[in-house]
Design a protein. Structure first.
Length: 386
């Protein structure tokens, strides 16, 4: 059977599902499955993350096939002209595509080869607005990329109150915490670690949605095939996001990270006694200014706090020295501390707002960084020796 779609619907569906197309020696995960039965469904997977796009469809049902080299097919269709695109019927390892004057005889695989991941055991559901994705974007900068501590390679989400939930990330040098309310949340669930790639795809595809996004934590249907997956089934092993955007229904499903997140609360400062307040734009400009002199061997910027001012400096064996003085409200005796310049800039950007507050203890203790007007986000930054 053939599948006929508008060129616009095909382009949007392919663009969305390209995000989980893999690059490996497993041919099927380098493609996008396409089928039709009341909906034209496109699915891609790298075996950890699954992207599905569904388009309303009134044509004949089709078992479908896996489109190989989907990006090349999309690009050819874009240039082929015509308002509609017709696929199939597939035969052996080929499928025909026609649009306008263009005809392609593309490579394909049987659709049964494409892995599936449908959540049937729902533990938790909530509707998400833009504030959730704003919080996700704020904390993603501190996600670790160190593979040996794989449990830090994502966003730790857990419940902290009746309808309050928390997003946490750390790479061992900095810790970001964002609190988000989910007043309509339903289900018994306490925590999960959302992988870095799934976080990036969630922000990319769902953050600008004008419609509510449904969040689900749960477990997929059990396969009838033998499996070596020994992950615990005591809690949520997968999470999903689902949203209707114009004519395309988008769904993201991902495995959660099977690991135990460390007790991050032990490094959150509670007794720091020195407070410094800057204009955020001034501090950012000053850090960028002196930091630009630092070479490959110099990452630290030193801040010397004094009476109503702070002196920022960088000493680079490669490029020389630089200093800049800016206004600062500081309520203690003169004090010096060093920070990784890139980490400090990222924390300032994540905090946002017109002012930035640093609550300090000493030159070797974690520093709490906040926007005084926003209690929903905190950054904790480890100092550097300078």
């Amino acid at each position: 059977m053939t599948i006929e779609l508008t060129r616009s619907d095909f382009d949007k569906a392919i663009n969305y599902t390209m995000g989980a197309v893999g690059k490996s020696g497993i041919p099927v995960i380098n493609g996008i499955a396409m089928s039709a039965n009341g909906k034209a469904t496109f699915t891609s997977s790298d075996l950890d993350t699954y992207l599905t796009a569904e388009v309303d469809y009134e044509g004949e049902a089709s078992d479908g096939f896996v489109i190989l080299a989907p990006g090349k097919v999309r690009d050819a269709v874009r240039e082929g002209g015509g308002d509609t695109v017709t696929f199939g019927p597939s035969k052996d390892t080929r499928f025909p595509v026609s649009t306008g004057a263009l005809t392609i005889n593309g490579r394909s695989l049987p659709i049964d080869d494409m892995p599936t991941n449908r959540l049937t055991d729902t533990l938790f559901q909530a509707e998400l607005g833009s504030s959730f994705f704003d919080a996700l974007a704020r904390v993603k900068g501190a996600i670790s990329t160190e593979e040996t501590r794989y449990y830090l390679n994502g966003v730790y989400m857990h419940k902290v109150g009746d309808w309050q939930y928390r997003l946490v990330t750390t790479d061992g040098h900095r810790l970001y915490i964002a609190d988000v309310p989910l007043p309509d949340a339903q289900g018994e669930w306490t925590s999960a670690i959302i992988p870095r790639r799934a976080v990036a795809l969630a922000i990319q595809h769902f953050s600008k949605s004008q419609e509510p996004v449904k969040l689900t934590f749960g477990r997929p249907a059990k396969s009838n095939k033998p499996s070596l997956d020994l992950a615990s089934t005591d809690g949520a092993t997968h999470f999903a996001l689902d949203c209707q955007r114009a004519r395309i229904r988008q769904r993201l499903t991902s495995k959660t990270i099977d690991g135990t997140y460390p007790d991050y609360t032990r490094v959150v400062p509670t007794a720091n006694d020195k407070v410094a307040v800057f204009a955020s734009a001034e501090l950012e400009r000053a850090v960028r200014s002196v930091g630009s002199l630092g070479g490959k061997k110099t990452r630290a910027v030193k801040i010397a706090f004094g009476d109503h001012q702070a002196l920022l400096s960088v000493m680079s064996p490669e490029n020389g020295d630089a200093t800049i003085t800016i206004d600062c409200r500081f309520d203690s005796r003169p004090f010096e501390i060093g920070f990784n310049a890139a980490y400090l800039l990222d924390a300032i950007a994540a905090c946002g707002g017109e002012e930035i507050r640093l609550t300090l203890a000493d030159a070797s203790a974690p520093t709490l960084i906040e926007n005084p007007a926003d209690t929903a986000f905190r950054a904790i930054l480890m100092p550097m020796r300078v």
